[in-house]
Design a protein around this ligand. Structure first.
Ligand code: GLY
Length: 425
């Protein structure tokens, strides 16, 4: 690749990926006076575009994910200020609705499952309680006839991800952040002969242009894994402490229009367990209802399937049959950035200059404020706050348990494809 280098191509921080997480980081950094440049061929057209916007710290709490629940709770607490400051700076509405979440169970087994989850959430000190079915119906009169139990989480609110993203783009542009509508193809690593310690000093975009920075923040959703494995490896391997094992987990959602149906009313998020499957209906300020979502171990092919949409609508109408009358306005398939332990990766890698903010899986919208403030603190002070210590990316460095027989660390699942253009100089 023939790289070009222009003298003014230097920023303090390059943010790769400008979805809700990357844009939130860029906004926070810019507010601290840091010169930022973002890379994304189509900002906001990844997981952000499909997201329903539930800030569901309680409802996403499940067995084995206590640390994730802690992160979620911390970030939920940041959301009101984040939304208020963003709206004030841009005059954009961001659709924050502090109306809580009602979760219902369809049949008796679903009710048992909901009670188990409720017990767990209460043990963790989360704000949730069981309510009876008449009380649930009073809150949401459009609930269908077959509801066997309900849980109320008064602090699980919602925002509108597409509006939030529009506001973030406006905010960062006003603050002078340049958004480069190109793909960051590879990372630039100073060639010193040791991949584990040679600093990352920028990126090469898909036109071959080089951009330099003190730090590169990788916030490219599930695609982050590919960028790291393509880019680093001057000695033939990805440094153990720079593994970014994200994968796409496809979700399909349906958007319905309730604006012209005066008899249809949904005041708050209704989630449900329907014969062991999860579903949610999320009402927006503009009368849109977002119903979702599938969770498929599939690539990000962006194909909406008959089976996927059928499953979402079947389960959504089991809880709220009135959606039958609503026009379908949009169907969307996008991939969430999954990680091996469902926790995000937030913070520095072992390679100097390379920071990651990805793997947010089902909680990208919820975790955006916490991620942005933690990454900003790291970029400014050089230390990651304790609040996100459990999300440290280096936890995926291979442990002795998965050493191969020669004693060398295994790099299973990581492709090393060193390209000459990755090196600087
Ligand atoms: N946050 C809900 C989902 O990922 O489907």
């Amino acid at each position: 690749m023939n790289h070009t280098d222009t003298p003014d191509n230097t920023s303090d921080v390059l943010v790769v990926g400008c979805g809700i997480v990357g844009a939130s980081i860029a906004w926070n950094l810019a507010r601290r006076g840091i010169a930022v440049r973002c890379f994304d061929p189509s900002p906001g057209n990844g997981a952000t575009y499909a997201a329903a916007g539930m800030l569901a710290a309680v409802n996403e709490g499940t067995f084995g994910e206590h640390e994730l629940a802690r992160l979620n709770v911390r970030s939920a607490a940041l959301w009101p200020d984040f939304a208020r400051e963003l709206a004030a700076e841009t005059s954009h509405a961001v659709g924050l609705r502090e109306t809580g979440t009602l979760t219902v169970a369809f049949d008796a087994d679903d009710h048992k499952q909901l009670r188990r989850l409720l017990d767990l959430r209460q043990q963790w000190g989360l704000d949730a309680r069981e309510i009876d079915v008449p009380e649930a119906r009073e809150m949401e009169p459009s609930l269908g006839p077959r509801i066997s139990g309900a849980m109320w989480a008064p602090g699980d609110h919602l925002a509108d991800p597409r509006s939030v993203h529009r506001a973030l783009i406006s905010a960062i542009e006003r603050r002078g952040v340049e958004i480069v509508h190109r793909r960051a193809q590879t990372l630039l690593q100073r060639a010193g002969g040791d991949t584990d310690t040679d600093p990352v000093i920028g990126v090469v975009d898909d036109t071959g242009e080089r951009h330099h920075a003190r730090l590169v923040v990788l916030a490219a959703g599930w695609e982050s894994a590919g960028l790291v494995s393509r880019a680093i490896g001057t000695s033939g391997h990805v440094p153990h402490g720079a593994r970014v094992p994200t994968r796409p987990v496809k979700g399909q959602v349906v958007r319905l229009d309730a604006t012209h149906e005066p008899t249809f009313l949904l005041r708050r998020v209704v989630r449900g367990i329907v014969q062991d499957r999860q579903v949610y209906l999320v009402p927006k300020d503009d009368g849109e209802i977002v119903a979702g979502a599938t969770s498929e171990e599939q690539p990000d092919d962006r194909k909406v399937t008959a089976g996927g949409i059928f499953a979402v609508l079947r389960d959504a109408r089991a809880l709220v049959p009135g959606i039958d009358e609503l026009p379908v306005t949009d169907v969307t398939a996008r991939a969430r950035p999954g990680s091996p332990d469902n926790m995000p990766l937030i913070g520095p890698t072992s390679v100097p200059g390379l920071v990651v903010a990805t793997g947010h899986f089902r909680n990208g919208v919820l975790l955006a404020p916490l991620t942005a403030s933690a990454i900003t603190e790291y970029c400014v002070d050089g230390a990651l706050p304790d609040a996100v210590a459990a999300a440290i990316p280096t936890r995926f460095a291979p442990s002795p348990l998965i050493m191969n027989t020669s004693g060398a660390h295994s790099t299973i699942g990581v492709h090393d494809q060193r390209e000459r253009g990755e090196e600087d100089g």
